[in-house]
Design a protein around this ligand. Sequence first.
Ligand code: SF4
Ligand code: SF4
Length: 386
Amino acid sequence: MNAPPPFALLAELTHRCPLACPYCSNPLDLDRKADELSTDEWTRVFGQAAELGILQLHLSGGEPATRHDLTELVAAASEAGLYTNLITSGIGLDAGRLALLARAGLDHVQLSIQDVDAANADRVAGLAGSHRRKRAFAGLVSEGGLPLTINAVLHRGNLARMAAMVDEAIAMGARRIELAHAQYYGWAARNRDALMPDMADALAARDTVAALRDRTSHQITIDYVPPDHFARYPKPCMNGWGRQSLNVTPRGLVLPCHAAQTIPGLAFWSVRDYPLAAIWQESPAFGAFRGTDWMAEPCRSCDRREIDFGGCRCQAMALTGDPRNADPVCVLSPFHDRVEHLTTRQRSDAYVMRGRPSRQAERSAVADSTPDHATEEHDDAQHIAG
Ligand code: SF4
Ligand code: SF4
């Protein structure tokens, strides 16, 4: 039986990035610039996505602005009829480049912020002056009339300023803010003990969001992604494996979710070898956990199996060693004690900045310090920022 068409495609245009966030969920081994899909290859993928029935295209990275052909890519996506959303740090985008993107058909901008406290934001981003530049970029987006969403990744070092982040987003002219607790995949998994909030703070955050929604309901929409380690049941990861969306990596592998490469034994087909429709319908990686037939107990006979689809396969892999297990976040999982162990163990005060192994910078998760430029990616940032 054919799977219904997907709704959204996340195009990871590049892994290059001017920032060095410790919560980065991109893989430890980043795709190299030389291996990235070309303009023509991405253009072909966007056309195939539209034919497949995809409506929304999210242009992400790394930092998509490091691609010098970003305007051409937006134009190609727009021509294919896709709603085009740019997920960016804003670094490397000035008024001229933004105007070109808007003219090419860009529909929406999602701008990430690290904090509202500029010194702390710069410290977490690993780039001096980055928060000031993000504020300026938000102003350009609003002046240009493009709808703006602010993304903020929540963790132990900024959770206390959630309300201020909502106020900042309103001041920036955003219509929506996504407050999402860090997901511990890729690089972020190395920093879990420094990033994960305490139980009391995690539970209090839920009430804070409810109060914020009451206070700001006429000004902004707040999307909240709770920290699933503290929930009774897992999140419906990706709204089900191979159900609604797919990711294309910088070198063209098509993944059912961002972290799927952490599951051993899955073979990911490339857009360089197969059309997107064939990958969606026939590739073994998409078929591996689609639907409910793959489930073992307790998911197989559980009433919630079509609500949360057994949670996250990558988390099941990471914490139990078998991706077919129930996500151990679930209180019904026989491995739930492993999540309890993570949520109650001693937190760390230091995290490792995203970067190449020989050039990582260790920072305190709580104390202020002036950011330096420790990674090769930063050198790139200096270049793209002109
Ligand atoms: S370093 Fe930060 S901005 Fe760059 S890709 Fe990772 S999370 Fe995104
Ligand atoms: S047992 Fe499986 S399907 Fe049931 S709630 Fe837990 S993770 Fe979800």
